[in-house]
Design a protein around this ligand. Sequence first.
Ligand code: SF4
Length: 316
Amino acid sequence: MSDSIKIGVSACVTGERVRFDRTHRRSAYLTETLAKHVEFVPICPEIACGMGIPREPLRQVDCAGEIRLIAYESGKDLTAKMTNWAKRVFKGLDKEGICGFVLRVHSPSCAVNKSSIYSTQGTPPRLGPGFFTRLLQEHDPLLPVVSSEGLQNSVQRENFIRRVFVLHRWRALTAKGTSIGNLVDFHTRHKMLIRAHDLGGYRELGRLLGESTMHNAEAIFDRYGTLLFKALTLKATPSKNRDVLTHAAGYFKKDLDAEDKRELHAAITAYAKGKVPLLVPVTLLNHYARKYRAPYLTQQYYLNPEPDELKLLNHV
Ligand code: SF4
């Protein structure tokens, strides 16, 4: 498996002039920050499946429950063309091992969830994923996706980056086979991170590992991967992060004096209130984990992300 992390991106957000009117929608965060740490696989679904530039805009239309991709002025139906192309391209993306997708907001092809879907019944349009995005999510429901607009939001950005790096580590693990020992080690290092997303999912994963034997490793890996990425689809909100940080602070209840405890809990509270970034209580916890030798904490990806992951999480 390649060491670099590959991410699919809507080509127009990388600055390529591929929109219907020959413009782009370059995302500064994507091209100036994310690009330094991951490798992009840019795709413009509309161009790739044979439409030109300029081209007439498209829209999605709900035809008796079936969503079709229709050219706005000519009424040309591009549903089959886009669907057939997408099936072919997904095989290539699977081979590339992409670990996530950044998609252009508000596009009838690429939107994550803000594309207007028109009705033939005259009712107001509803919002949903773009045509290509829906096919992508049907193909791989657990692939991390985010809109270029979502990358501007610190919670959405952090959740996306975390999930991308976990998926990359998961692929590296599964490339080595199905050793339960390796899986337990993987799980141990991700415990705090998973808890921050989904406490119920974290418990379910623990129970699953309790059922593992030498004879059911393949089934356990399959189930573990599904449950893990399902758990990570839930957002790690400030209040969930606060619970995880408070739990970690409990490791030092015998080591810290009253003033240090107050300072640590003040940092956690300030984070939960949005006054300081997550990095502030995390750095403090890391400091204590090393000082008081708490190996469980020092090995947590939640507290010690990989260098590229850390740089992206630190971005303000
Ligand atoms: S939103 Fe998607 S289909 Fe539209 S121009 Fe950008 S990459 Fe192409």
